[in-house]
Design a protein around this ligand. Structure first.
Ligand SMILES: Nc1nc2c(ncn2[C@@H]2O[C@H](COP(=O)(O)OP(=O)(O)OP(=O)(O)O)[C@@H](O)[C@H]2O)c(=O)[nH]1
Ligand SMILES: [Mg+2]
Length: 451
């Protein structure tokens, strides 16, 4: 399909050695020719495919920069369109000036993710690839990198394709036995059931591990709880590596919840600092305390902080009772103020000092021990669904397949065809092209401009 010609800076804005300005579309080469003067005197239109050309960018008769320009012709390019990439100097002014010249020459500013969207719309990549490009760019941990790479390599797409093909073959088989009953053996009903059951089990396998994939991508929902003044916000700041939450020696400093995504070893945590849990007459603080309790209930991981320099009291024990049956790590904070201490918990505590960071390695090891083996095994051997959208699609497909199976068992196989088709269509939402513009736009909206 022919789209208009778009351009954007594909490298981060700011000072850098070089900036890359990418132009894509049917007029990409001609547009670049309007601003480029090659040292050789040749135009880019005459330049060989996949060549790098040295010269200058000229705007209104003035030389703006000395550049290298690559010419890549359709269809074997990132977008499957003609693509020109201008490597100019990486200063803010010069980058903007070159981009401005390209716009003046007729290109339109690219929207966020528009290059990848074109790659998808032009059929060069499927949706699992397109939606993983940003995961690759955003990857902060080894696990996220591995997941994104698996998707880029097409492993998820392949699994989805296998399930869909198996469903479509089954539907075709049923249709044939309906159209030509004399040519097919009725005993083949078993085969149909077996093949649907196999599709179901492949989907179950994807769903079983979906949450691990989502957690690895979005961060483990984690909450820091404890009494006031034990050092919860100090722990938050230590993990966030910045002064995210206010820390004072006044109990009750934090009254609302504070969220930050942090990296701990090879994992990412969606971390929430909360108000210290205590009985309080202060209306605002008591709302904060309620929030803390609710979060402790729903969090996947709890970091329970106590001040080990003071004897523990009933309030500590009440919080302990609230969280002891969850994935809880107990942090014996302020160990710098305690010569020795004993804690009355059945779970081992980590000796910690949020002020100096002592104990951070032990805390990282502990959290990795809880999560990483499970997630790593999955990413190593398998392909994980990494988003709610994908998970919902498999769930839908599973429900249709299940209903088809019931229909075959209770009624007859030809009545199950519609459900089998619906199951296959639901899987299109993951990798296919038959999805609505709304969904496509939501996916690419989160992209950065230039990708
Ligand atoms: N000596 C020492 N002081 C600490 C440590 N961690 C925190 N503190 C101090 O303890 C006080 C309370 O710290 P915060 O991090 O605000 O405690 P909090 O649990 O968030 O308190 P609330 O928000 O009131 O619930 C501050 O004065 C911190 O500097 C530590 O490991 N050692
Ligand atoms: Mg606090």
């Amino acid at each position: 399909m022919d789209y208009d010609t778009i351009a954007a800076v594909s490298t981060p804005y700011g000072r850098g050695g070089i900036s890359v300005i990418r132009i894509s579309g049917s007029e990409a080469v001609q547009t670049a020719d309007k601003v480029f003067r090659a040292k050789s005197g040749k135009t880019l239109t005459d330049a060989p495919n996949r060549s790098i050309n040295y010269g200058h960018i000229i705007s209104n008769g003035e030389v703006i920069d000395e550049v290298l320009v690559s010419v890549m012709r359709a269809p074997h390019t990132f977008t499957a369109e003609d693509v020109v990439e201008i490597n100019c100097h990486g200063g803010l002014y010069v980058t903007k000036a070159v981009l401005g010249a390209v716009y003046d020459a007729g290109a339109r500013p690219a929207e966020a993710g528009e290059f990848t969207k074109r790659a998808f719309l032009n059929g060069r990549v499927d949706l699992t690839y397109a939606s993983s490009v940003m995961d690759m760019i955003n990857a902060k941990t080894k696990l996220q990198h591995k997941m994104a790479l698996n998707h880029l390599n097409g492993k998820l797409a392949e699994r989805i394709r296998n399930i869909r093909e198996s469903l479509m073959e089954t539907a075709a088989y049923i249709q044939a036995s309906f159209d030509f009953p004399e040519e097919l053996d009725e005993a083949e009903d078993d085969r149909i059931e077996h093949s649907l059951e196999k599709a179901l089990s492949m989907m179950d396998n994807l769903l079983e591990n979906a949450d691990k994939g989502i957690v690895a991508k979005e961060g483990i929902p984690t909450v820091i709880v404890g009494k006031p003044n034990v050092g919860k916000s100090s722990l938050m700041n230590l993990l966030a590596q910045c002064d995210r939450a206010i820390v004072t020696d006044i109990p009750g400093t934090t009254r609302d919840t504070i969220e930050e995504v942090v990296t701990v070893g090879n994992l990412m945590l969606k971390l929430t600092d909360t108000a210290g849990i205590r009985e309080t007459g202060d209306t605002v603080e008591s709302i904060g305390v309620e929030r803390a309790k609710n979060l402790a209930e729903i969090a996947e991981l709890v970091l329970f902080v106590v001040d080990c320099s003071k004897p523990l009291d009933d309030a500590d024990m009440q919080i302990y009772d609230m969280v002891k049956d969850k994935n809880t790590v107990i942090i014996a904070n302020k160990c710098d103020l305690a010569d020795n201490f004993e804690l009355p918990f059945e779970i081992d505590a980590i000796k910690f000092c949020a002020k100096s960071g002592d104990g951070l390695k032990a805390l990282t090891d502990k959290i990795e021990q809880i999560y990483i083996s499970g997630i790593e095994e999955c990413t190593e051997s398998d392909t994980l669904l990494s988003g709610e959208r994908e998970k919902d699609a498999v769930k839908k497909a599973r429900a249709f397949t299940n209903s088809a199976l019931t229909t075959i068992k209770v009624l007859s196989s030809d009545m199950a065809i519609d459900d089998i088709h619906s199951a296959a269509n639901a899987l299109n939402l993951i990798d296919g092209t038959e999805i609505s513009d709304d969904i496509i736009n939501t996916i690419f909206e989160t992209y950065c401009v230039g990708k």
